[in-house]
Design a protein around this ligand. Structure first.
Ligand SMILES: O=C(O)c1ccccc1NCC(=O)[C@H](O)[C@H](O)COP(=O)(O)O
Length: 197
């Protein structure tokens, strides 16, 4: 089970996620309680070993803004959240970063349909921590896809059983308040997700 921990903003939590075995770590560089500047993301990304994917998360920014932030931060993947057109992915193809498309269940759920490398199927309101009907997407997405939206250490096993994803992505479920990550919850989530696989 591939596990992404998203919305990190403190070195302590980056270190915990790496130590506990995260496969990917997300830095939110768009409007959010978890927002970090590209410069801050660069400081955090520098703490992450090569085998863990660093992901810059964007929503609604134009490709040139995304490109500039990706280059400053040095993230190895770019996640476009929500209703980005296919052209935004095409425009970023030459950036040399993996592309992640994050959408809700109403979207095209074929990984690769927008030339992305990874797909995230999320709740309608990203980063809200609200669980949704995970079972409704079972069997619909294809390729390398992660389930997100309202996951936490206590429910990730149920979510994995319901939707059968290739991976999982969490943010609010490893926080004690919006934007405030918790090391014990990060470790607990990784343990529970691995057990669920
Ligand atoms: O986390 C945010 O605040 C956010 C804001 C705008 C666009 C995307 C955002 N998060 C992206 C993620 O990949 C989250 O991990 C995913 O939405 C799951 O969130 P949660 O339900 O809080 O676990």
């Amino acid at each position: 089970m591939y596990v992404k921990i998203c919305g990190l903003s403190e070195p302590e939590h980056v270190a915990t996620a790496v130590e506990a075995g995260a496969d990917a770590i997300g830095f939110v560089m768009t409007r959010s309680p978890r927002r970090v500047t590209p410069e801050r993301a660069a400081e955090l990304a520098a703490l992450v070993p090569e085998h863990v994917l660093t992901v810059g998360v964007f929503r609604g920014e134009d490709p040139e803004t995304v490109r500039a932030a990706a280059l400053v931060s040095g993230v190895r993947a770019v996640q476009l959240h929500g209703k980005h057109p296919h052209g935004d992915f095409t425009a970023l193809k030459d950036l040399g970063r993996s592309l992640v498309r994050a959408v809700d269940a109403a979207a095209d759920l074929r990984c690769g349909a927008f030339d992305e490398d990874l797909l995230i199927v999320d709740a309608p309101h990203a980063g809200s921590g609200q669980p949704w009907d995970w079972a409704a997407v079972r069997g619909r997405p294809s390729g390398r896809w992660m389930l997100a939206g309202g996951l936490d250490p206590a429910n990730v096993a149920e979510a994995v059983a319901a939707a059968a994803p290739w991976g999982v992505d969490v943010s609010s479920g490893v926080e004690t308040a919006p934007g405030v990550k918790d090391s014990a919850l990060i470790t607990a989530f990784l343990t529970a997700a691995r057990r669920a696989a």
